[in-house]
Ligand binder design. Structure first.
Ligand SMILES: [Zn+2]
Length: 186
């Protein structure tokens, strides 16, 4: 799609290193560490959005919407400063018990874990709930999660495949990211 650039994990690492000082300064200005927020788009495979720094397609290919990962983007309410938004292009018509006709693919899930691993290494943050959170998890903390009744409710990545427990998505993604951090050398 126009305006989005395919990147390799090596290129992503370079972008992260280039943006690190600016991200650190922005995060520090609000008393935080750099954070990563993990989303799904609730749109179609192959459909990317400028709200996220990084979009991941159904085939696992990774696309950036900017060359500056420190650019402020509107992906996670009240949490955008010093944060990077990463989204899976999927989950059109998903409901809280059925991920619909375009669920996250295996390739997307693995690619997101690899992206998290590369970014956390480059940015010097650990892969834990403090620094890497799904939008669903952040929304729960901020009062607009799955059970909130808020009209703007968000529950991105609450689970990754039908039948999985609610809240398993973030744990699985962080677990895989830790595995990749220990096994892939970039
Ligand atoms: Zn989201």
């Amino acid at each position: 799609m126009e305006g989005f650039k395919h990147v390799t994990l090596v290129e992503l690492k370079e972008l992260a290193l280039a943006a690190k000082a600016d991200l650190q300064a922005a995060a520090k200005s609000v008393g935080r560490d750099i954070k990563l927020y993990l989303h799904w788009s609730a749109g179609h495979y192959g459909s990317f959005f400028d709200d996220y720094h990084i979009n991941i397609d159904a085939d696992g290919n990774v696309y950036t919407s900017t060359d500056d990962l420190a650019e402020l983007k509107a992906h996670t309410w009240h949490r955008n400063t010093g944060a990077i938004g990463i989204s899976l292009a999927c989950c059109y018509q998903a409901t809280s018990n059925n991920l619909g006709p375009e669920p996250p693919t295996k390739l997307q899930i693995e690619a997101m874990a690899q992206v998290v691993s590369v970014l956390c290494s480059a940015l010097g943050i650990s892969i834990d709930t403090e620094h890497v959170m799904t939008h669903g998890e952040a929304a729960d903390i901020d009062g607009y999660g799955i059970n909130s009744g808020d009209p703007e409710t968000r529950w991105d990545l609450l689970f990754l495949k039908n039948g999985d427990k609610w809240y398993s998505g973030g744990e699985i993604l962080r677990g895989k990211a830790v595995f990749y951090q220990q096994t892939i050398k970039i």
